[in-house]
Design a protein. Structure first.
Length: 393
């Protein structure tokens, strides 16, 4: 059996057992909340902007070389900048227009849905990537590096960019879990959830270091994160319904998808060093997904109908943030190096939604009664994992 398929089944088993399912068989037979993909798979149309000229222009950083502050970048360069800034796959439909120190473009975009980003509003923030100045310890944890001796220069550059992007989002996840832990404290969550949130943040530190190490190996020079752009403050929400809804989106959906994608990447990776990194990330992301499902179940039990409604609204739109094929070119060489893109990434996401997230969401709402308010001592203890056996039928 395909290792990635085994991983998905195992993760579904664990989530079913965790959520203490009554009548699991009915859920597996097709009682999903939402669908695996949106009914309307058209990209979202919007004007998107980024600061111009960039702060590092002419300083040898990510802006690279000299730039004309009165001329917006080309459409191709804009795609790269917008994808990084907004955590989405963009198609640029117009040339850039300068507006109040920003270059703005008419775009169509499809949001990425992988991992737990640090969101401010609906915008994912990451630190800038710094190259060639030492890694600050961020690339120091790989036991062995990939063999890059026979890789074509263009493929090495593409792999360096891919792993840099992953490393920056893993780095941002450290901040995301830090904020999550504070919010759990703000709503009086059980100690075990707070403890697991801090452990998850440490996992993300390790993931970031491993990904920066791979990015550095492919780039041929150190790659590390710069200062994280908190903007002077990190908002801590104390509303249980809001926290539960965001946890459903960022954790139950995104972390589950991230685990499945990492497992699929691991199954295709031919370099042992890359496969080792991805295997560890997949296992950790699966635990992070479990933490999210446990947190949402606790929040519904404690918060009642208002929290349930907020979470249900997230799952009704299940799939709308999925990674879909934006029609761009797909380099078949990437898969052997543990990277998924284009149609392969879309298909992996769809499998995660259909086989794991959808059934678990249905189970969540069957197992947590809207009017049930347990005391704190009841926590989230899971019963015997018998209901998960329904997946074996």
């Amino acid at each position: 059996m395909n290792p990635a398929h085994v991983f998905r089944r195992s993760l579904a088993h664990r989530l079913f057992a965790l959520l203490a399912l009554p009548a699991a068989g009915a859920v597996v037979s097709g009682c999903f909340i939402g669908t695996s993909c949106p009914d309307n798979d058209e990209p979202i149309a919007a004007e998107r902007c980024f600061t111009w000229p960039p702060e590092d222009a002419g300083a040898g950083g990510g802006g690279g070389g000299s730039v004309d502050p009165l001329v917006c970048p080309s459409r191709d360069e804009a795609v790269t900048r917008l994808n990084d800034q907004f955590f989405a796959s963009h198609t640029v439909k117009s040339d850039g227009t300068l507006k109040n120190g920003q270059c703005c473009y008419a775009t169509e975009f499809i949001p990425y849905c992988e991992g737990r980003p640090y969101l401010v509003g609906e915008v994912a923030r990451t630190a800038p990537a710094i190259r060639g100045r030492g890694d600050g310890g961020w690339g120091a944890q790989a036991s062995s590096g990939p063999d890059v001796s026979a890789i074509e220069p263009d493929l090495r550059a593409a792999l360096a960019a891919e792993w840099t992007r992953d490393a920056l989002f893993e780095h941002a996840s450290v901040a995301s879990f830090g904020r999550f832990a504070l919010e759990l404290l703000a709503v009086g969550a059980p100690a075990e959830l707070v403890e697991e949130a801090h452990r998850a943040a440490l996992d993300e530190v390790r993931h970031a270091r491993l990904c920066f190490a791979l990015a550095s190996a492919y780039a041929g020079e150190p790659v590390a994160p710069g200062a994280f752009p908190f903007g002077g403050a990190a908002e801590v929400v104390a509303d249980l319904a809001s926290i539960a809804a965001r946890t459903a989106k960022e954790g139950c959906i995104n972390e589950t998808i991230a685990a499945v994608i990492a497992a699929e990447q691991c199954a295709r990776a031919e370099d042992p060093a890359v496969a080792e990194v991805l295997a560890g990330i997949a296992a950790d992301e699966a635990r992070h997904a479990e933490l999210a499902w446990r947190t949402v179940a606790w929040a519904i039990r404690v918060g009642g109908e208002r929290v349930r409604a907020a979470v249900e609204e997230v799952f009704v739109g299940l799939g709308q943030g999925a990674v879909l094929d934006a029609g761009g070119a797909e380099d078949p060489r990437l898969a052997a190096h543990g990277r998924l893109a284009g149609a392969a990434l879309s298909e992996a996401t769809a499998r995660a939604l259909e086989e794991v997230v959808g059934p678990a969401a249905g189970v969540l709402f069957q197992s947590v009664a809207p009017g049930f308010h347990p005391g704190p001592e009841q926590g989230l203890s899971a019963p015997a994992p018998g209901p998960a056996q329904a997946l074996d039928s």
